[in-house]
Design a protein around this ligand. Structure first.
Ligand code: ADP
Ligand code: SF4
Ligand code: MG
Length: 395
């Protein structure tokens, strides 16, 4: 990083928390086949295009964004249901991104997934006992004559009647079926749970109960979560850290306070404006509503520069030319926007331009001395770019 600029970035001791998962520059580009006989690859769906994040032991990272942003694909790569096109997935210090099938069996025990729709993820022809017991048998976790006992313990753990092991999924309510899905995920005592919209299909009244169950399990077994949701309200209480995705990229990531109280990305601000604010409602106020016009563009042909520019009310010339880097702007806060700022405080000039060596229109600036951007990669650096003083951070 540059040492030619004033060092105004704050500095703190490195966090001592243990990292379970560290994902770097993860990509999933699905090939798009032509319609001819040969079915040549004619393009790629860049479902996930270079995301980096960390999950600390016993903690939860929320992954939010509208439908089609690449959240599920990210979750499926972390669980290695998909083999990534590029990047690394460090799980407890080992990169599993390229692991071949036969090496994945122990990983499947450690990383489990909870799916959105329990009705489709549970086989309707199998009893609950057989569904929950299957992983125990496959992985030879307990002797055959002990499987039923373990299944009953698991049913009890998730708040279901242990005597109901002989029933079929359709005999349970939606919330109970999700509890079965959670019991199945817990069977192998995983260290990391990837929960993909685990409560989105449930009634609002049931959602809190299932979230509480996930929280209880987290406390009891020190489980770490990658918690995927499309709206920011759901993850607020569950996740101390949140990453906001848009069109295959993380546009803002930070601790709870940075994201909910000091969002700096226009997309996060728009998502937040749709969330009812309890504190403001109590004093008769309302959060300003920012409309998100249109849909997420296709990841086959995303907009040039900043992917969000076609829907961003703050977009300026540079936004269509240069992609904004993910810039660390606080102790635990990164944002990918040329004009990062709290609502109504977005700066006039692109703060990223000098770092990238371009002018405010995005053209190369011969007088500039580009610097490494603080914030690239998973986790947080101990120094960052200080927006208040508008100067480069220093490692
Ligand atoms: N197997 C696949 N083949 C091709 N495109 C896919 C595949 N899975 C997902 N996509 C596309 O990738 C993008 C991201 O999808 P997804 O990860 O499911 O988003 P989210 O979970 O955020 O709604 C979408 O445009 C989706 O259509
Ligand atoms: S970089 Fe430009 S288009 Fe993208 S979010 Fe920031 S202001 Fe909007
Ligand atoms: Mg999804």
């Amino acid at each position: 990083m540059s040492d030619t600029t004033t060092a105004t970035a704050a500095s703190v001791a490195p966090a001592s928390t243990e990292t379970v998962l560290s994902v770097e520059n993860l990509k999933m580009h699905f090939p798009v086949k032509g319609s001819g006989v040969i079915r040549r690859t004619v393009g790629h769906v860049k479902a996930v295009d270079g995301v980096s994040f960390e999950v600390a032991k016993g903690s939860a990272l929320g992954l939010v964004g509208e439908s089609g942003c690449g959240k599920s694909t990210t979750g499926r790569m972390v669980t290695r249901l998909y083999k990534p096109t590029g990047g690394s997935i460090n799980f407890e210090g080992t990169d599993i991104a390229d692991y071949p099938g036969h090496k994945l069996k122990p990983i499947r025990r450690e990383i489990q997934m909870i799916f959105q729709d329990p009705s489709t993820s549970l086989n309707p022809r199998h009893t609950v006992g057989s569904i929950i017991g299957a992983p125990l048998r496959i992985h030879n976790m307990v002797p055959k004559d002990k499987v039923l006992g373990r299944v009953q313990e698991l049913l009890e753990l998730v708040g279901l009647n242990p005597e109901h092991y002989n029933r079929y999924p359709h005999e349970f309510s939606g919330g109970q079926r999700q509890r079965i899905g959670i019991a199945r995920a817990m069977t192998l005592q995983p260290k990391l749970l990837v929960a993909d919209e685990p409560v989105s299909a449930l009634d609002v009244s049931i959602q809190a109960q299932v979230i509480n169950l996930l929280q209880d399990l987290q406390k009891e077994f020190d489980i770490s979560y990658l918690f995927i949701a499309h709206d920011l309200a759901i993850v607020r209480h569950f996740c101390p850290e949140v990453a906001v995705m848009y069109l295959g990229k993380i546009v803002e990531i930070g601790d709870r306070e940075s994201i909910y109280e000091h969002a700096h990305h226009p997309y996060t601000q728009a998502l937040l404006s749709a969330v009812p604010d309890v504190k403001q409602a109590a004093v008769g106020g309302r959060r300003e509503r920012i409309r998100l016009e249109g849909d997420v563009p296709s990841p086959i042909n995303p907009p040039s520069g900043c992917h969000f520019r076609t829907r961003c009310t703050f977009a300026k010339d540079i936004c269509s030319v240069v992609e904004p880097p993910l810039l660390q702007i606080g102790k635990k806060h990164k944002v990918a926007c040329h004009f990062p700022g709290e609502l109504h405080q977005h700066p006039e000039k692109p703060v990223t331009a000098p770092l990238l060596g371009v002018d405010e229109f995005g053209a190369p600036d011969p007088g500039a001395s580009p610097a490494e951007v603080p914030g690239d990669g998973p986790g947080y650096a101990d120094t960052w770019y200080d927006l208040a003083n508008n100067s480069r951070g220093r490692a």
